[in-house]
Write a protein that binds this ligand. Structure first.
Ligand code: PRT
Ligand code: ZN
Length: 223
């Protein structure tokens, strides 16, 4: 891949993290000219551009070196690290950003008794996070069947396609609406600034250090 002299940050194109991520970058003094197709945003002052993509693509874009940094949920980053093989292991959280907070939890039908992870043995668990769920089940010494779904995980028990679920929870409203109750938290998540373990040794590394300094200032003011 050709070396780049501008820093490239991947962030979610359209979703929960989009506005707060842009707001944070603006507070760090970065402004962008929106290109018409909205995939690529050219940075106006500093040599920093944005790539606007689906959140699930962000860790892969960093691992491949297409982007230098990304703003993504810890849930998505850790799922990628757990499932994507070699290059993924070198991705790291440079900062936690304090928005997009949620947790990845097991939830069971409200009318089912539950006394702990052992009760999941032999059950079918629907999730969009098979990697994180698999790791947790192994840690618990529980053998269960993982049903991987791209979305609408919360209705799987009602449809009879799974017994319990493992999904993101924020207010808990979705679980209640589907007669489910949260039992175990696998991961506390929030948006993070992700990047490779080792910073680039060229101007981009200097720019990342400057950005991290500004970020720390902005995050400190917020707290
Ligand atoms: O299109 P793209 O793939 O980019 O978007 P997406 O639909 O995959 O992601 P999006 O925008 O829904 O979420 C982006 C990130 O926001 C997630 O990866 C999390 O890191 C974070 N986040 C924070 C959440 C929630 N809160 C959240 N509540 N992501 C999803 N939810 C969903 C959850 O899946 C469940 O369906 O909201 C429901 C639960 O919410 P409560 O409040 O009812 O508990
Ligand atoms: Zn997504």
């Amino acid at each position: 891949m050709k070396p780049r002299d501008r820093l490239r940050i991947a962030m979610q194109k359209s979703g929960r993290l989009t506005e707060p991520a842009l707001d944070l970058l603006n507070r760090c003094g970065l402004t962008f000219r929106q290109s018409r197709d909205k995939l690529f945003c050219f940075g106006e002052g500093e040599p920093v551009d944005l790539l606007l993509v689906r959140d699930d693509d962000i860790p892969g874009l960093i691992a491949q070196g297409v982007c230098d940094l990304g703003i993504v949920g810890r849930n998505v980053l850790n799922e990628f690290k757990g499932t994507a093989g070699d290059g993924a292991a070198t991705l790291t959280e440079w900062r936690s950003l304090g928005f997009g907070r949620c947790r990845l939890s097991i939830a069971v039908p409200q009318d089912v008794a539950y006394n702990g992870p052992n009760d999941l043995s032999g059950l079918r668990i629907a999730t969009s996070y098979p990697g994180l769920l698999g790791t947790w089940l192994r840690e618990q010494g529980v053998v269960a069947t993982t049903i991987t779904l791209a979305g609408s995980v919360e209705i799987a028990p009602k449809l009879g396609t799974a017994d319990v679920i493992c999904d993101l929870v924020q207010s808990g409203g979705t679980l209640v609406a589907n007669q489910l109750r949260e039992t175990d938290v696998l991961l506390q998540s929030e948006a993070v600034l992700a990047g490779p373990d080792a910073l680039p040794t060229d101007e981009r590394g200097d720019m990342i250090e400057l950005l991290l300094k500004r970020l720390d200032g902005v995050i400190q003011v917020r707290e």
